[in-house]
Design a protein around this ligand. Sequence first.
Ligand SMILES: *Cc1c(COP(=O)(O)O)cnc(C)c1O
Length: 498
Amino acid sequence: MKLIFMESPLMDWKKVLENETTLDPGDWTEIEVLGQKMVTEMVDYLQYIDQEPVWRKPTDDLKLYLKGKLSEEGGDLEKIYADFKQYILPYPAGNINPRFWSWVQGTGTFTGALADMLASTLNSNMAIGDHAAMYVEQQVIEWCKELMGFQDESSSGILLSGGSMANITALTIARNAIDPSIRKAGVQSWPKKLLFYASSETHSCQEKAAEIIGIGSQGMRKVAVNDRYEMDIHALRQMIEQDLSAGSQPFCVVANVGTVNTGAIDPLAEIEQICKEFNLWLHIDGAFGALTKLLPEYNEKLEVLSKADSLAFDLHKWMYLPYEVGCLLVKSKKYHRDAFASQPSYLAMHERGLSAGPDPIGNYGMELSRGFKALKVWFCLQEHGRKKYEDMIRQNIAQCLYLADRITHENELELMAPVPMNIVCFRYRAADMDQNQLNILNKEILMQLHEQAIATPSYTLLNGSYVIRVAHVNHRSKKKDFDALIAGVLDIGRRLRR
Ligand SMILES: *Cc1c(COP(=O)(O)O)cnc(C)c1O
């Protein structure tokens, strides 16, 4: 049989090919000049970022501009860059500013930005193939293991877009480690209800993960915490025993190293003991807090970190790398690979040529096409060295302790949680106000801090109290920035009380 490649062609391809085109610039010199201008102007911008307001409300003008329709014919690059400078650059979230401590958002570095430019130039797809970038990622994973003391020969790791992806990847591996048949038959065919345990202070991404991996948010059992917001180990044991006698199947405990609200560290040694006793996977969410592993002062608390079955942490938070990059380390490479490996004919490895090389990274996670985010890690870790990160993280914690100390010495302020690392929760207080009035007052103080561009801490609720929350992963903050925060809170609080 002779195949006819196209019965009635959709186009006159011979005509189309008379004028072959590309997206490369018509004039490379022009883009080189523009690129150099961009670098110069961004260096300038970042160098003087402390003179910019920490937040500027996006204007109506900007919102209108960003509703413009897509052009048919394209436009001038200089003009697009000018628009970027007019409408986008002046209105950042502010996490590059020394007075920013909202949510847990990292600061980034200019080296990271430059490395991103190099990575995008190469445009390496980090799924498969025998090319240098694949070996860079391997080296970066080895460095991450070294930093976390996760150096088993049989361990593995992968770079992901962030903590949420690292955690769901870990929970998928933990779930599939129960029995290889789960990958095929799904949880619906499993005879028992599958459960994992995490403290009530655990980040919401774990609950989302529970929903996505098919056990439902009810499959995540929330364990009570003590007054330091750490998992109550007796409550954990009790829950596991009750669930077992009810016929359910516990499979994993997620322990926090640095809860998102207060930075609490769950009692790792006790949790590890329970995991051993009940044969449960120990996963640690150390999104930012795992990086305290770099500090000898945290050694004792974090001894168990390197014994976990899996460990998730972000590099875009407390390693100051530009978004996005997180990391998952897994004790057993076999479980890791068994959870995701898939080798269709079009991804099969060859003995030689481009299709040889390291085991495709797609065998270790959900994503196939992946960016070369390893390069910025590779650049920054080499530039600064391990010690510099240790010093930087210690400085952040010391600044938080300074802030907490100042709060405890101010009559009108109240520290609302312990400060085990880099999060400080506090509020303005007034003896004559009830809880509800204090909540309203402190929310107003926070919004005014932002609007007046004094500083941008964030907020949370702790036992029903609205608190101002400083989550500090900012390498640009100085002591004086925290003084400005205190002065601002006192000033706004007093004015509102008048
Ligand atoms: C930030 C955070 C996450 C989620 O990480 P992303 O990088 O934002 O996806 C998970 N757990 C904790 C404790 C976090 O602080």
